[in-house]
Write a protein that binds this ligand. Structure first.
Ligand SMILES: *Cc1c(COP(=O)(O)O)cnc(C)c1O
Length: 331
């Protein structure tokens, strides 16, 4: 796998640290937990979208775009990182934000990531829940074109094969780190949403013949739909890598039992996992993704899903800025 064949613009601080979580592991009585700190990618408070944007923004620049547009939920970390990447490259940025949760409080609608979108100079529009977001994004792109601009459209979460290259690269990076310190990784666990993170990881880890299973903890869709979405994107990513067929359907595993009432809606288990990690490790998770992912990890540990002596790596995908949009919801 030779990723330098694909245009990339450096936006983040890599490699991100791979560190043990000793106090959390002890509190839970094993397995041995590790954390891959993709919340520390550096781009305007970081997160997993930074990796995808390195390849997406390179494509935007290669196409001569002067404006990048993307969509997400109101408190989208992807939108905020896109706004930062655009600012860094001197491009304009427009965001289409879906009111996916129906949360009306001002911290959610205007604080957290939305505040940073403004600070970073992006323009944005709020659209109602259930809007066809791809169509809304295309329409916003047409407006830019009609005004003489050159739009580049980034899909939700940056999840297409080009964006997923960022997580193929993360698979390479993680394996090199594990090899260097002599760490045998038995499981890699992370929150999965628009699928690009898991698709890139699975494609990369399979193409490298790593034997490391990935478990995505869903934050929105039901299991079957989520696994189908990840599998489809991992196949297309493998195709882009010139490694068609490396991902088998059974390599894609999601557990969607921790979504609760819906995307972006807090659950008691999420708050409990988020505060436990904060108070044992001093690490901040987020209410929408990594908090629910950690809830899944901790609950599955309680159910004996992992061996006591296995090494489990939790990929921290970022998003703690979103906490400032959820002040209203923390009981
Ligand atoms: C977007 C996001 C995810 C999910 O990643 P996908 O590639 O969309 O599946 C997980 N955690 C955080 C904090 C995110 O912003």
């Amino acid at each position: 796998m030779h990723l330098a064949r694909f245009p990339r613009i450096r936006l983040g601080h890599f490699p991100t640290p791979l560190e043990p979580m000793e106090r959390l592991s002890a509190a839970l009585g094993g397995p041995k937990l590790w954390i891959k700190r993709d919340d520390c990618t550096g781009l305007a408070s970081g997160g997993n979208k930074t990796r995808k944007l390195e390849w997406l923004m390179a494509e935007a620049v290669a196409q001569g775009a002067d404006t990048v547009l993307t969509h997400g939920a109101t408190q989208s970390n992807h939108a905020r990182q896109t706004a930062a990447a655009a600012a860094f490259l001197g491009l304009k940025c427009h965001l289409v934000l879906e009111d996916r949760t129906g949360i009306a409080s001002s911290d959610y609608r205007e604080g957290g990531n939305v505040l940073l979108d403004r600070v970073l100079g992006a323009t944005y529009e709020h659209v109602p829940s259930g809007t066809n977001m791809d169509a809304a994004l295309a329409a916003a792109g047409e407006k830019v074109r009609a005004a003489g601009g050159k739009p580049y459209l980034i899909p939700g979460g940056g999840s297409n094969p080009v964006g997923a290259l960022g997580y193929v690269n993360c698979a390479l990076e993680l394996l090199a780190q594990a090899n260097d310190i002599g760490l045998r990784i038995d499981w890699l666990v992370h929150a999965t949403g628009s699928a690009g993170t898991q698709a890139g990881l699975v494609a990369g880890l399979q193409a490298l013949n790593s034997g490391i299973p990935v478990l995505g903890i869903g934050v929105r869709a039901a299991r079957e739909a989520q696994e189908a979405k990840v599998f489809d994107l991992s196949e297309r990513t493998a195709h882009l890598l010139d490694a068609p067929g490396v991902v088998k359907r059974e390599d894609v595993r999601a557990n969607c039992d921790y979504v609760g009432p819906g995307y972006g809606l807090p659950t008691p288990g999420m708050w409990s996992a988020l505060t436990q990690v904060a108070q044992t490790e001093g690490i901040l998770l987020d209410p929408v993704y990594s908090g629910k992912g950690m809830h899944g990890l901790i609950d599955l540990i309680g159910k004996g899903f992992f061996g006591k002596h296995e090494n489990v790596v939790f990929l921290h995908t970022g998003g703690s800025v979103g906490l400032f949009g959820y002040q209203h919801a923390m009981g």
